[in-house]
Ligand binder design. Structure first.
Ligand SMILES: [Zn+2]
Length: 288
């Protein structure tokens, strides 16, 4: 039996992506529709995938929902892991360590850098005993998305030297750098104007062993996304673009279709965008 972190599902999925030179979609889900749609899309595309939920779900839907999500992911015919996104509050991190997550993003990026290092390092140690891997943010990805507190400050770009030190001192498995990516709406010019690909390249150069994660991917610009994958991004968080088609279908059909047809149709809309994303990131066929 391989040893930690090689026996961890999220690590296995992303380590294979690192070796294969592609990225894996991490779908932010708020309900069973998102979870089922993402799993079915990944199965149909013979692709690995990651299902992400926010700490909000641990509170609003409770531990039973997390257990359902984990069972659904782990019963899939392709490798799928369950990840907790943006866990900002300390009590939530401890709660999550007792739930069947494969990986957790500890977001202590609003603390000062030294505190961030100490806290993340401590959690990596605790997570190890439970077989869970850890993602952390270095620098600061600004903006707000549904489920993540909105912050209002200038972007703090990740310094490649500091990122290398952060990975080294914390032992974190997955690193989410801040390269001009923001959560939620971009100012005029969009990601093309703000993403600093040379910064991403330098981060990867100085931290060759770290697996890189991209947040703040809405709008999803195909060409730009492919460039980041070529530069080493292995996990891409997806949220708003998945919900657009899903919500549009619901909006048009609520009150017109029976519940069964409504759910089937909305999940089909979700799958359509999820499958497009899987193809774009190059993970289709990788679980075959
Ligand atoms: Zn994020």
């Amino acid at each position: 039996m391989s040893e930690y972190p090689y026996n961890n599902r999220t690590f296995q999925i992303l380590d294979a992506a690192e070796k294969g030179g592609y990225a894996v979609a991490a779908f932010n889900c708020y309900n069973t529709d998102g979870i089922l749609g993402s799993i079915r899309a990944a199965e149909r595309m013979k692709s690995p995938a990651i299902i992400e939920i926010f700490p909000w779900s641990m509170h609003f839907q409770g531990p039973e929902f997390i257990k359902f999500a984990a069972e659904a992911c782990h019963a899939a015919s392709v490798p799928i892991s369950l990840h907790l996104d943006h866990c900002t509050l300390e009590p939530d991190v401890y709660k999550a360590l007792e739930l069947p997550f494969d990986s957790i993003m500890v977001d202590a990026s609003s603390h000062d850098p030294e505190e961030n290092i100490k806290f993340v390092g401590h959690i990596v140690e605790l997570a190890k005993e439970r077989g869970i891997t850890i993602e952390a943010e270095m620098g600061r990805i600004v903006g707000g998305e549904d489920g993540v507190p909105t912050v209002d400050m200038e972007a703090l770009y990740t310094e490649p030297e500091l990122a290398a030190e952060f990975v080294d001192r914390t032992g974190v498995h997955f690193l989410a750098p801040s390269i001009g990516n923001v959560h939620g709406p971009y100012p005029p010019g969009g990601p093309e104007k703000y993403w600093q690909l040379d910064r991403l390249e330098n981060i990867k150069k100085l931290s060759p062993s770290s697996i890189l994660v991209l947040h703040g991917t809405h709008p999803l610009i195909d060409d730009l996304m492919k460039k980041t994958v070529a530069l080493g991004i292995r996990k891409v968080n997806l949220n708003r673009n998945l919900h657009e088609g899903y919500l549009e279908f619901l909006g048009k059909n609520v009150g017109k279709l029976e519940m069964t047809k409504l759910q089937e149709g909305s999940i089909a809309s979700w799958m359509e965008e999820a499958e497009r994303c899987i193809k774009l990131l190059g993970s289709d066929g990788k679980a075959a």
